[in-house]
Ligand binder design. Structure first.
Ligand code: IPE
Ligand code: IPE
Ligand code: MG
Length: 224
């Protein structure tokens, strides 16, 4: 059985779910938060150590301002309400992506990282304003200015995922089968599951089913 240390998730389908059931894309984002809570709970039960959640891509800035504002307000409210509890559960929060938000949200994100930095139960990497191509370009710029030789190991030290093992498993909900600029380097050998359900509908059972399948895959890493 494969050990499962790191799960990465592209939480896609909020907008479609919201439009279908509540006639509002934003309602889908709100409901999507409930799925986040469910998946965190199962991740802890399953003794997963790293959970990386794609919450906002560098390309998502192309959306209507109203939706972007709603999303960040939702995140702000979630962190304000839940940070104490997250810390109590020994969850560590790390932000992947550059913090280019409102002063208030930037501060809150820094606080969440600082407050939880010593926690060891589960590390949640929240990919926010994250884009893999930008991450790789920045890493290349930094490594070329350093004294490090350019090789795989050294380059990884300059990625935002420094000290985080590569995902074992990638799940994308919402039925589209693409990576949308997510962890292009780090997913080189991950097992990928595309799930038809929209993110707000994704539940404990769906997640556990994928984990079970993942555990039985023969992972070759080039060997036979
Ligand atoms: C994913 O759901 C969440 C974010 C990108 C913030 P979407 O908002 O992309 O939902 P769909 O794909 O439009 O249904
Ligand atoms: C990917 O979903 C980004 C997040 C889930 C945060 P998108 O809905 O933005 O992806 P595309 O644009 O359909 O590929
Ligand atoms: Mg989408």
């Amino acid at each position: 059985m494969n050990p499962l240390n790191h799960v990465a998730i592209i939480m896609d389908g909020n907008g479609r779910w919201g439009l279908k059931y509540k006639n509002s894309r934003n309602a889908g984002h709100k409901e999507g938060l409930k799925a986040v809570e469910r998946i965190i709970k199962v991740s802890i039960e399953q003794k997963i150590k790293f959970l990386t959640l794609y919450a906002f891509s560098t390309e998502n800035w192309k959306r209507p301002k109203k939706e972007i504002t709603y999303l960040f307000n939702l995140l702000q409210k979630f962190l304000t309400d839940r940070l104490e509890d997250i810390n109590r559960q020994k969850i560590k929060i790390k932000i992947l992506g550059y913090k280019r938000f409102s002063l208030k949200l930037n501060r809150l994100l820094n606080l969440a990282e600082k407050k939880t930095c010593k926690n060891t139960k589960l590390q949640i990497n929240l990919a926010l304003n994250y884009g893999s191509k930008t991450e790789i370009i920045h890493a290349l710029k930094k490594i070329s200015k350093s004294n490090c030789k350019i090789n795989e190991n050294n380059l990884e030290k300059f990625l935002q995922t420094k000290n985080i093992p590569d995902p074992d498993l990638l799940i994308r909900t919402g039925s589209t089968q693409r990576l949308s600029n997510f962890l292009l380097w780090q997913l080189a050998y991950s097992e990928i599951f595309f799930e038809k359900k929209l993110w707000p509908a994704f539940n404990e059972k769906d997640y556990k089913k994928i984990i079970k399948k993942f555990k039985n895959i023969k992972r070759n890493f080039g060997k036979i």
